[in-house]
Design a protein around this ligand. Sequence first.
Ligand code: FES
Length: 132
Amino acid sequence: MSKPKFIDDREKLEKLAPVLKAPLKRQVFVCTGKSCKAVGSEEVKAAFARELEGRGIRQGKETKGRNPMGEVVLTECSSVGFCTIGPAVLVYPEGTWYAQVTPEDVPELVEKHIEKGEIVERLALLELPTSG
Ligand code: FES
């Protein structure tokens, strides 16, 4: 098997992965594992999509209603261990893990944490140490 070749040409990289051009500030993970799904994580993910796209800050293709230069990446993930207290939502680079998030909580999370960097204490159960 051949070794993957490291691409050091930034322009070439940005063509291959346009997300590299976006001024990213945060990444939001919504757990869509079995237990979180059973208590509504798909609705939470949809609420994040609506809220971020409505504010024009969700990074992604214009054809999907997103902004190629958006500052926030929304990603679904599998179980992170909050199975009995889901839906779990993780926000980086702060490393804040939120529990029992409902679609109704999403506008507040976006307004306070995503846009202003203020952690929503009532939902935050874990804050991982981050560097920088
Ligand atoms: S299924 Fe979401 S934390 Fe386990």
